[in-house]
Design a protein around this ligand. Structure first.
Ligand code: SF4
Length: 164
């Protein structure tokens, strides 16, 4: 789908230009925040992996990823840029989430969008001890605050919402 590819490239260029214009001290702050966000998401993924999430997702066929679309945000792209992580190529021709590869998400857990890393279906959540579920939702709130901190490095509203 050439149309979506074009929209994607334009959005990536806009955010990349804003990133490149950051003063060096702000860029350093962003790098630190981005590195911490990656570690935070990886910790959330480790917590959920106690419930053998990978096999539940494989058995279900990843229904949430088939329905989910365009969760990748401007902040998610800034985290890629600030940590010098090579960006994936979306697949706008698959009729599913454009970030869904074969057989799994093109985005590593530490870089995955907020909605994706914080969503647990009942199959998975029911396998987790209650205190771990509570810890997970505490981490979700902390993750939301990390997004806010990164957005605050840029003019108000300029890094809000989904990239597409
Ligand atoms: S970005 Fe990845 S985890 Fe999120 S819906 Fe798409 S394929 Fe699934």
């Amino acid at each position: 789908m050439a149309g979506w590819d074009h929209v994607w490239q334009e959005a990536v260029s806009r955010v990349t230009a804003a990133f490149q214009q950051l003063p060096v001290p702000v860029r350093r702050d962003l790098e630190a925040l981005a590195t911490a966000m990656v570690a935070h998401k990886q910790a959330m993924q480790r917590l959920v992996s106690q419930a053998d999430a990978a096999s539940h997702c494989a058995a279900c066929g990843g229904a949430c990823c088939a329905k989910g679309k365009y969760h990748f945000s401007a902040v998610d792209l800034l985290v890629y840029l600030a940590t010098a992580k090579p960006l994936f190529a979306p697949r706008f021709d698959n009729g599913l989430c454009p970030f869904l590869g074969e057989p799994e998400c093109l985005i590593p857990a530490g870089y995955r969008p907020f909605n994706c890393i914080t969503f647990n279906c009942d199959l998975i959540e029911d396998q987790l001890p209650r205190d771990e579920v509570a810890r997970f939702y505490q981490m979700e709130q902390e993750l939301s605050a990390r997004y806010t901190e990164i957005r605050a490095l840029f003019p108000a509203g300029s890094m809000a919402g989904s990239l597409l």
